[in-house]
Design a protein around this ligand. Sequence first.
Ligand SMILES: Cc1ncc(COP(=O)(O)O)c(C=O)c1O
Length: 353
Amino acid sequence: MTSKIPLLKPYFDSEELEEIQKVLDSGWVSQGPKVKEFEDKIAEYLGVKYAIAVTNCTSALHLALLSLGIKKGDKVLVADYTFPATGHSVLYCGAKPVFVDVNLKTYNIDPNLIEGKITERTKAIIPVHTFGQPAEMDTIIEIAEEYNLKVIEDAACALGAKYKYKYVGTIGDIGCLSFHARKGITTGEGGMVVTDDKNLAAKIRNLSVFGMTSAWDREKSAEFIIPEFTELGYNYKMSDITAAVGVAQLKKLDQIIERKRELAKYWDEKLKEIEFIEPPYVSENVKHIYQSYVALVDKRIKRNKLIEVLMKKGIQTQIGTYASHIQPVYNSNDKCPNSLEIFNRSIAILSNK
Ligand SMILES: Cc1ncc(COP(=O)(O)O)c(C=O)c1O
């Protein structure tokens, strides 16, 4: 059923079509110059040295973990309240995700619970900037340094969000972004890995193209090069057609964020008038970009029923996201009561206007 009020609608106009047309006219539609342009523009926007465009944020997370050498027998701490792509990426490496509960107000990983989950096998931590609200990065980095853990920021929902004036995704060792349809800017499906580390960037690039030199890099060489497959990489490349949409979307990012923040302010005011809904909390020293506007429904209200009633009125809403530890795929013994509570009580409402 088409809703009168959808959860969100992407902001597209003629710019996306013009960029796609340029790529189609050029004849280079797989990974090539437009991907390079998109990567350069994201790197410039965030102020990072390297950006590698990939098929989605799940592949970005997978490559980030592989580049850090995460393997079978290792454990990776993962913020529990997240789309399960985060936990899945750890499983793809043969490692074990250990889920850490989140703060009931921010929906983000609770830094006070991290140290209790660290063992000798723990190699990395993945904080998630949930719905575009930055996680408490100072404490997370401090703990990571003390225990020699790598930090991969799952910034799938948070391009443009800032933690103390720094863009999220640029604070840990590696940041991963998503351009899925429900994200701030979208290419339908798409992702990006960002880092300041030259070696990690080279490894991630190589792994994203089957473990060989990329066609675009070979094209720039004056010599005829037959590539070698140096390791078992993946086909996680973004295409130039996808990147064309990304280039056009990126020009709109700041404007999109401002509109989403304005709408969030409106909802905050409106929801204050409703007794059984708690508007989302915003931490100090952050710029929340409201990829989704996610409120909490009072425990006395049946959230699923509310979603159904609204659906019948043509108003599309959704749950926020998932409690990972209860997903059967993980067979986890972790206890994350706050995450479970948010999973059961959250409601995402219109976040674009
Ligand atoms: C927090 C988080 N991480 C990772 C992903 C995976 O992103 P993608 O769909 O681009 O693979 C999502 C997608 O919703 C997400 O919300």
